[in-house]
Design a protein around this ligand. Sequence first.
Ligand code: ADP
Length: 395
Amino acid sequence: MKVLVINCGSSSLKYQLIDSESENVLAKGLCERIGIDGRLTHKPTGKDKVEIEAPMPDHTAAVSLVLQHLTDPVCGVISSLSEIGAVGHRVVHGGEKFAASTLLTDEVLEQIEKCNELAPLHNPANLIGIDACKKLMPGVPQVGVFDTAFHQTMPKKAFLYGLPIEYYEKYAVRRYGFHGTSHSYVSKRAAEILGKKPEDLKVIVCHLGNGASVCAVKNGKSVDTSMGLTPLEGLIMGTRSGDLDPAILEFVAGKTGMSLSEVLTVLNKKSGVLGMSGVSSDFRDLDAAVKEGNQKAKDALDTYYYRVAKYIGAYVAAMNGVDVICFTAGAGENDAHLRKSICEYLGYLGVEIDDEKNACRGEERVITTDDSKVKVMIVPTNEELAIARDTVALV
Ligand code: ADP
């Protein structure tokens, strides 16, 4: 079956068409500036890339353009839309209602809408994408795959905050965690590569991209993760602060005259390694700045590495041990210096990095020495493939 995977943001839409039997990507691409002017980048496998400026007043227009390109005689990869057997959608927040992927019936869509207030930047956009696909591909099954679902196995002690309990009971304020599709895929793939069953392993997955989170996966199940009610908690990220003393919000608002919501925008968009260094949110730029002697960039990276190492330590405690630590996502997969710097804190676990094995980018491999007590691995994430697999399983 051919599965169209859709990841819809407020002004962008990423897509992949995947053949579920071979698991090959037939085409992938990106619509940007939806509602502004519109730009499409379409990459059909084995054919030339197409980049066009085209009006995209809304998401329906964007999906329509994607479908036209997928079926185009020159840059297309299928002869008609009837070849698309199902559509898998990334949905950011499933609240406590969704512990697994699900077919998107009208009733399910209503329930997702109720989660909108938990992810006001993401969920409404996801729903618009689903609506557009339903309109343009009536009768084709649509599946929702939730970023939060994998973490629904967390025990209460891991997901409750130290707040008056009625905030949880009345308003569902708790840790949900995100990147679940990636943590699930990477932990299972690591077990597969090692020839072990996920049920027999304690794995810590470090998903270090623009957004970043760590997850403790015990016997195949998420038992704790660093993001919380929203994706702001936990690690220092590209532009997000991660953990901080909540009293800082009022203090900074008082000093700067900003409103609470303006301070939150700073925490989400102008903090992290970008805010700390004043250079960039991209680790490649920061590495270059450090080489040129930029002290703030060095401090930002040192603080970033240290925070990741502290979370790893916390999750070793949460699981009473660890067998495998995995690095994934943009920086985790590609930045050898970052992996090495984080693992330098893990000598007490018996982690020994093999520099030759670590000197690589984006390859599935073990990067510790044969004697290392804990294995450290690079496992490139593939959220689209995971979404396609779940979609096929449900239809
Ligand atoms: P997201 O999906 O969250 O947008 P990615 O997982 O694609 O993010 O990660 C993007 C980030 O990965 C970039 O901002 C950059 O910091 C980092 N990155 C990508 N390639 C490299 C590289 N070769 N070396 C270091 N960092 C890299």
